[in-house]
Design a protein around this ligand. Sequence first.
Ligand SMILES: O=P(O)(O)OC[C@@H](O)[C@H]1O[C@@H](OP(=O)(O)O)[C@@H](O)[C@@H](O)[C@@H]1O
Ligand SMILES: [Mg+2]
Ligand SMILES: [Zn+2]
Length: 199
Amino acid sequence: MPSPDRLVILDRDGVINRDSDDYVKSLAEWVPYPSAIDAIARLSRAGWTVAVATNQSGIARGYYDEATLAEMHAELNRLVRKAGGEVAHIAFCPHGPDDGCDCRKPLSGLLEQIRSALGMESLAGSWMVGDSLRDLQAGEPMGCRPALVRTGKGERTLAKHPELTAEDSEARVFDDLAAFVDWLLASTSAASGPLPHRR
Ligand SMILES: O=P(O)(O)OC[C@@H](O)[C@H]1O[C@@H](OP(=O)(O)O)[C@@H](O)[C@@H](O)[C@@H]1O
Ligand SMILES: [Mg+2]
Ligand SMILES: [Zn+2]
């Protein structure tokens, strides 16, 4: 059972792979950031558990189906394993904005699925890394530490929510997933225990 202090939960589109305003509708359109695949493997090799929480309303919208989504996630798993790492669990919301589900971010249902799948009591102290505010909002009730990346919709998110970069913001901002992992591994190798909360 992973410790939340060594768990990173990743949003998918815009963090692990390029996002598209037209949705990522096929394996061919699923283009991972090479540095992100390597970053996930570096986390695994350093003893961290990595999970993914992704909204996939394109399924409800009829743009692609769960079999196509499974092809993308098989490829993600293959690439991460080839790089020497592992993705412990991928939780996805196939629903649309009007379906009233409890798993579409900013709700926390996907993170609850991850907590349960990994057999954890709590996610408090784990990291939630995303390119949209709703990613960070999904982690907040679960006690996740928020990290925003500038890739994908990250720059748009920061333009809409400049408070995220304020000195007293709980969120930390990074250029991309690789930069977050560089910082996290450097910080936690220096401090053996959990990271101090941002002052
Ligand atoms: O970033 P994650 O959660 O991994 O996935 C986001 C995607 O499911 C899509 O989410 C859609 O939002 P709506 O679902 O239409 O609000 C749009 O933002 C698309 O551009 C985007 O590709
Ligand atoms: Mg995203
Ligand atoms: Zn859902």
